[in-house]
Design a protein around this ligand. Structure first.
Ligand code: P6P
Length: 339
């Protein structure tokens, strides 16, 4: 058995080799990783922990909150208040930002998270996860506000997720590739199990919620129709389909074996660009996908180039194997030329 490397050792070695992980960022990552362990324990208890079911409240998105949504949010807030590494936090579960109370040292980073993504799967024991994104607080001449968070995804200092599935796995990038750490429950350690993650440029597997087909824009319909026709059609190969309805689980599969994930704009809510949230779902996942050699667009634009204007703004998401995402993007651009 090769000597296993811990998360701490990996971060220290990355810092020594590349010098690109400042001490405060390393601390932030370790604290978030420890919080994910606590969330994993709560998730794994299920009925035994009386954590399942609805909390009988709604979040800023107008979604009914599950008890575990609130528990996970509180774990992340509490874990990050004391470290002295953060100026503020933002969460899918909170209307506005949470400024680190001035009784604690205020740090230079901003942390955003979806504390428990895939909530509809909690009560049916299907993989769910925590997604997080880290920005630097650029303007240090004044106190922190939502404006500090209005940075495009390409400004992220780090991003990652923890998937609570058959294994509990932390997936992380600080801009030098993607690494995966599996939780060793016997020791409580995050153990490096994959580094330099690389997504195949081609795939035969697409992930989309097919029940929305009648609502899609023509370029998405064209792409999926071609996948369904298979090798008799213009693609010359048959496709398989997966849809977990937990973005973390679908993205983890794509980072592990390739594929394309799509949650495109649809005409049910024409005024909204998409269902998924830019700041704490699309941006962190786009950072990971690009760092693994994949591509992530909103159909026409690189997701990490989008300049946000609101904390909870939504976006259309097409990400994964480069050649497939490029094809869907080309179909969108062809369609735009016709209109
Ligand atoms: P639908 C989970 O609620 C989520 O935000 C993503 O994790 C997931 O990909 C998507 O929504 C699932 O949406 O409409 O298929 O239930």
């Amino acid at each position: 058995m090769p000597k296993r490397i811990s998360l701490t050792q990996y971060l220290v070695e990355q810092q020594r080799e590349h010098g690109h992980i400042p001490a405060q960022l390393r601390l932030l990552i370790e604290i978030v990783a420890r919080a994910c362990k606590r969330i994993a324990i709560a998730v794994n208890k299920g009925e035994l922990g009386e954590v399942l079911g609805s909390a009988d409240s709604e979040n800023v998105q107008g979604e009914v909150q599950k008890k575990l949504d609130i528990i996970s949010n509180e774990v992340l807030i509490e874990a990050n208040e004391w470290g002295g590494h953060l100026a503020a936090m933002a969460s899918e579960e909170m209307d506005t930002i949470h400024v680190v109370p001035n009784r604690y040292p205020q740090g230079e980073y901003l942390l955003m998270f979806d504390p428990l993504d895939g909530s509809s799967n909690i009560d049916v024991n299907v993989s769910i996860g925590t997604i997080f994104s880290v920005l630097r607080k650029v303007n240090n001449t004044r106190g922190v506000s939502e404006d500090d968070f209005m940075q495009p995804g390409k400004q992220q200092a780090a991003a990652g997720y923890c998937v609570y599935g058959p294994q509990t796995t932390l997936v992380l990038t600080v801009g030098q590739g993607v690494a995966m750490f599996t939780l060793d429950r016997e020791t409580g350690s995050w153990v490096l199990t994959q580094k330099d993650v690389s997504i195949p440029e081609d795939t035969k597997e697409f992930a989309i919620n097919m029940s929305n087909m009648r609502h899609w824009a023509p370029p998405v319909k064209r792409y999926i129709d071609e996948c369904l026709i298979g090798k008799e059609g213009p693609r010359g190969k048959d496709f398989n389909m997966r849809w977990v309805a937990s973005m973390v689980a679908d993205v983890h599969r794509i980072l592990t074996r390739g594929g394309i994930f799509m949650y495109p704009w649809d005409k049910r809510e024409p005024g909204k660009p998409g269902k998924l949230r830019l700041m704490y779902e699309a941006n962190p996942m786009a950072f990971l996908i690009e760092q693994a050699g994949g591509m992530a667009t909103n159909g026409t634009q690189r997701i990490m180039d989008i300049q946000p204007t609101k904390l909870h703004e939504r976006v259309s998401v097409i990400l994964g194997s480069r050649n497939e995402v490029r094809r869907v993007t080309e179909y969108h651009l062809d369609d735009a030329e016709k209109t």
